[in-house]
Design a binder for this molecule. Structure first.
Ligand code: ZN
Length: 100
């Protein structure tokens, strides 16, 4: 696989453990999405839009006590995610997310 990103391509959650990964229709782990976003080959919230997700991620980061600029930076990475970047190349704009 080309991409080295181990974050969910929908909500930017880190995917460091197999149990955090979503599942495909056949039950295998999804390499792209977390289990909160993607179960059995379908998005858990198909009506979610990118603006809402952006705000969710920003709020989550703030709750986790990240500095606000970092919260915004991470939330902005949502726009380059596979789920949201329609017609845009994800490869060209690597997401900025610091995972410790
Ligand atoms: Zn996710």
């Amino acid at each position: 696989m080309k991409t080295q990103k181990h974050i969910c391509q929908s909500c930017a959650a880190p995917l460091s453990q197999v149990f955090e990964m979503g599942t495909e229709k056949n039950g295998t782990s999804s390499p792209y999405y977390c289990r909160r976003c993607y179960i059995m080959g379908e998005f858990t919230e198909p009506k979610m839009d990118v603006e809402t997700m952006h705000e969710n991620v920003r709020q989550r980061m703030i709750k986790l006590k990240f500095p606000r600029f970092l919260a915004k930076l991470s939330a902005d990475s949502i726009f380059t995610m596979k789920r949201w970047a329609v017609g845009a190349s994800v490869e060209e704009k690597p997401a900025v997310l610091i995972v410790k």
